[in-house]
Design a protein around this ligand. Sequence first.
Ligand SMILES: Cc1cc2nc3c(=O)[nH]c(=O)nc-3n(C[C@H](O)[C@H](O)[C@H](O)COP(=O)(O)O)c2cc1C
Length: 197
Amino acid sequence: MSPLPDFYDDLDASFREAWRLLADGVEHGRSGFHLVTLASVAQGAPRLRTVVLRAAEGGPGILRFHCDRRSDKARELAAHPACALAAYDGPTKIQIRIEGRASLHTDDAVADAAWAASRPMSRVCYAAEPAPGTVLPAGDAYTLPDEETAALGGRPSFCVVRVEARRLDFLYLDRRGHRRAAWERDGSGWTGAWLAP
Ligand SMILES: Cc1cc2nc3c(=O)[nH]c(=O)nc-3n(C[C@H](O)[C@H](O)[C@H](O)COP(=O)(O)O)c2cc1C
């Protein structure tokens, strides 16, 4: 049987492990935390979709992803900033769920910096016409520009979403005993407790 991980039965270490895994997911496509499921509130009902995690900073408790400002999710988050993220990584057997508040950045320095750092191939979809979610007369009735055109044409639709985490729920699966903990954040920082799995 493999040894228990260092964070087992260590609440502070479990918190650090959660943010370490999220930051690792930003960097590595093979991580289960690279793609996260994002929930927004759409006319009173939950709506889910996959997004690429672009940043995760444990200190300030900030996560970031990118989307098209013309998309439904951008509209939903602008109207109802409450949102949630969830992901599971099979190899580490860890699920992380985050609840927080989203803020949209479209025409500011945050969006400018993220756009400048984005890859040319990632920019192409922001210059797609018509806007995401538009009903089409046929499956291929939309256009994507080449990377050079997208470098300028995509910027107006590019949106950075920053999620300020207010709650983080951590679940580690182990046959010798699962471990679950949650932390909540107020003005003075994070407070955590073990929870029954
Ligand atoms: C693997 C994968 C990664 C995705 N990454 C993103 C992303 O980072 N940002 C995004 O806006 N949509 C991303 N999408 C598409 C969304 O899941 C969704 O289909 C699309 O953005 C429309 O969502 P909405 O109508 O809720 O706005 C991704 C989809 C998949 C399957």
